[in-house]
Structures are given as structure tokens and as C-alpha cells.
Design a protein around this ligand. Structure first.
Ligand SMILES: CC(C)(COP(=O)(O)OP(=O)(O)OC[C@H]1O[C@@H](n2cnc3c(N)ncnc32)[C@H](O)[C@@H]1OP(=O)(O)O)[C@@H](O)C(=O)NCCC(=O)NCCS
Length: 164
């Protein structure tokens, strides 16, 4: 079943329409690639995003005045939601878009009966780490040299939010 037609989706997508969150679609990818290149030192390729339009993923866009200004990509594996990417256009950072996307992804994962959300974040990424902590995520480990970067790579914090 295409992601657009997932049974849990259409009602919820309508409910959040006013808040500016809707499903990401393949038609959004040119704009997503623009944001991705602005947001990450090692951006995903378009092919990676294309692989995320599957049943086992939840992909959300934040739209403001008809323009996509943020997105998040979540993969479902067993009872875990894995937050793989969240990115907000630099001109609207600090205005609550990242938090709204994260809260929406968590709310949907809870509705989908998952047990927790996990993610990796660069140790140097203070803004994202503070966002995750403020939503209740706890650090549960470190993956050494998980991210590409100077001096052989950068460690990732592994963070988790238990839903119950
Ligand atoms: C991380 C990111 C998604 C946050 O999105 P945002 O829309 O700017 O965040 P919000 O406005 O919702 O802020 C939520 C919280 O994040 C933290 N935060 C956001 N920007 C911050 C900054 N510049 N410095 C410190 N904390 C910051 C704060 O805790 C903030 O809560 P507060 O406003 O109550 O203080 C955004 O900075 C981004 O796109 N960064 C580049 C991509 C990236 O690093 N993604 C995450 C790793 S995959």
C-alpha cells in the first residue's frame, strides 16, 4: 500500500491540516533537497529520500504559506519508531517548527501502538539535542564515530523516548 493510502493516515492528516503538517510526497523532493543541503553537512541523496516512501515509514512536511519549510522522516522497525531526519529551513528556525514536527511524529507513533522512539544525534548538535531533551528523550548510549566528519568522524548520542 502506498504511504499516501495508509489506513491510519488520511483522518489524522486532515486533523492536523490547520497546524501546517501534512504527509511528505515525492513531489516535495526538489524543495526537500534544497532544505537538506542547507541543513546538513552530509546531506542525504534524493535516492535515500525516495526509499522512505514505504509503508514502514512515516514522512511529514511542515508547510507555511504554501511553502514547505520543514520535514521529518521516521522509520518503523518492530515496536520502535526511529527518527532518521528532521530539518527546518534556516530562515524559520527557532520558531517552533522542529518541535511541532517532532511532537506530531511522536503522537502518530503512539497512535500506531509503538513502544518508543529512538534517534541518533551528533554530539556537537546542541540545538537538536536540547529539542529532544525538552521533549523527554534520554541519552541511552553513544555510537563512536557514527557520523562522517573531520578527524575520522563524530560520535552520535543515541537517545530514546519511551511512550509508557
Ligand atoms: C534541530 C532543528 C530541526 C530544530 O528546529 P527548530 O524549528 O529551529 O526548533 P524549534 O524552534 O522547534 O525549537 C525547539 C527547541 O530546540 C532547541 N533549540 C532550537 N534552536 C536552538 C538553538 N539555536 N540553540 C539552542 N537550542 C535550540 C530549544 O530547546 C528549543 O526550545 P525553546 O524554543 O523552548 O528554547 C533545526 O535547528 C535544524 O533543522 N537543524 C539542521 C538539521 C539538524 O541538525 N537536524 C537534527 C539532526 S537529524
Amino acid at each position: 500500500m502506498a504511504n499516501d493510502q495508509a489506513p491510519l493516515g488520511s483522518m489524522r492528516a486532515d486533523q492536523v491540516a490547520d497546524s501546517g503538517i501534512r504527509r511528505l510526497t515525492p513531489g516535495d523532493l526538489p524543495r526537500v533537497m534544497e532544505l537538506e543541503r542547507l541543513g546538513h553537512s552530509h546531506p542525504w541523496t534524493e535516492g535515500i529520500f525516495r526509499d522512505c516512501f514505504k509503508d514502514s515509514y512515516r514522512v511529514w512536511a511542515y508547510v507555511s504559506e504554501n511553502e514547505l519549510v520543514g520535514y521529518t522522516i521516521i522509520s518503523y522497525q518492530f515496536d520502535e519508531a526511529h527518527l532518521l531526519n528532521v530539518c527546518v529551513h534556516p530562515t524559520v528556525r527557532g520558531m517552533g517548527v522542529g518541535r511541532k514536527l517532532l511532537q506530531h511524529a511522536i503522537a502518530v507513533a503512539v497512535e500506531d501502538d509503538l513502544a518508543c522512539m529512538i534517534l541518533e544525534v551528533r554530539k556537537s548538535n546542541r540545538a537538536a539535542t536540547l529539542l529532544y531533551r525538552s521533549e523527554g528523550f534520554k541519552q541511552i548510549g553513544v555510537r563512536p564515530k557514527y557520523y562522517p566528519g573531520p578527524s575520522g568522524g563524530e560520535d552520535a548520542r543515541v537517545m530514546e523516548l519511551q511512550f509508557t
